[in-house]
Design a protein around this ligand. Structure first.
Ligand code: FE
Length: 351
């Protein structure tokens, strides 16, 4: 019964869409319209995404087929599949990775006034090959007991000798750090970025290990005083089913760096249409749906990310952190400087 209803919805939707109207009336039957699909290769491992995909299916009758894997695996898969790839949409986190997919020739430029106009320009690719879906800030989580937030200012100031042995940050192989470094290169220049990397290594509380959450836990455990972390992890920890995690997150303060100058480093999770998408129109409709109000609300409500759509209010848990100035650096720069960032990390001995 459900199947039939879905097919009918899809049929009426197709039958009512613009210039192909006539063709659809004569050739499309409920039988064939139920074959409408969009194949989504996604790296996002967040459960709320499933809910959003279901909403898209219900609204359009287009079935969302999901392939879930790590970004590197998905990119590798698309490369191997080449022109035969069933992928319509690639979703991944971090503009650095989206740029990598673009550079590998796995995405295509698309025309969508909705995406063009709804998403701030610095959060979308200059060639329209990928678009930001959600925002995250890379912030400083500090020990409320041991740090006076008035002593915090910028990313650059983290190399101040006063923080010697106090900074916790994950490995440089992680794309979040590579993108932060790319933003430092773009803003301060290569030489300053090299000095910054060295200063950071000198101030580390321990050799980098673990995830963003692990850095926050290490602050509370007293291993260091400051952790560099993506904002949504704090929201997740505060709402965790694990009471220990909630307690941990409650013990730290949050600081948004560089408010007096360029603003805090932000990044996106984003999506692009695959180069050989067999269902290109569905792919565009799908991405447009993801930046619609309904989907944006779920992204922020369930994953504690900032919406890219300015009309959507962030979930209360992150709204209480207050508004902040964000670095408006075009995120294409993160991809452009990625290789350099990796080299600088290596040179500085940032593991
Ligand atoms: Fe993450």
């Amino acid at each position: 019964m459900k199947k039939i209803l879905l097919a009918i919805t899809a049929f009426s939707l197709l039958a009512s869409c613009g210039k192909d109207n006539k063709k659809n009336e004569t050739t499309v039957t409920p039988e064939s319209s139920k074959d409408q699909v969009v194949n989504v290769y996604t790296h996002r491992h967040y459960e709320p995404d499933q809910k959003i995909f279901k909403m898209f299916e219900d609204k359009t009758g287009i079935k969302v087929k999901v392939i879930n894997a790590s970004a590197d695996e998905l990119i590798q898969k698309m490369k191997m599949e080449g022109k035969q790839s069933p992928a319509d949409v690639l979703i991944t986190v971090d503009a650095g990775r989206l740029s990598r997919a673009k550079d590998e020739g796995l995405l295509q430029s698309i025309k969508s006034d909705v995406l063009e106009q709804s998403i701030p320009s610095h959060l979308q690719d200059v060639d329209n090959q990928w678009f930001g879906l959600t925002k995250r800030a890379r912030i400083i989580a500090y020990s409320k007991d041991r740090v006076n937030p008035e002593d915090l200012t910028t990313y650059e100031d983290l190399v101040n000798p006063k923080w010697k042995g106090k900074i916790l940050v994950r490995s440089s192989s992680n794309i979040y750090n590579q993108s932060l470094m790319a933003s430092i290169i773009a803003n301060d220049g290569e030489e300053a970025a090299k000095e910054w990397a060295k200063g950071m290594v000198a101030n580390m509380a321990r050799s980098p290990k673990g995830s963003d959450r692990d850095q926050v836990k290490a602050v509370v455990a007293g291993e260091g005083d400051l952790a560099i972390v993506n904002s949504y992890y704090i929201g997740k920890m505060l709402n965790s089913p694990d009471a220990e995690e909630v307690k941990t997150a409650q013990q730290i303060g949050l600081f948004f760096p560089n408010q007096a100058n360029r603003g805090t480093h932000i990044n996106v999770s984003g999506a692009g249409v695959a180069k050989y998408a067999p269902n290109k129109e569905n792919a565009i409709a799908f991405i447009e749906f993801l930046i619609g109000e309904e989907a944006q609300k779920i992204f922020t409500d369930s994953n504690y990310e900032y919406p890219v759509l300015e009309s959507v209010i962030p979930v209360e848990d992150i709204k209480v952190w207050g508004e902040f100035k964000e670095d408006n650096l075009g995120l294409n720069k993160l991809g452009e400087h990625n290789k350099k960032a990796v080299l600088i990390f290596d040179e500085a001995g940032w593991k």
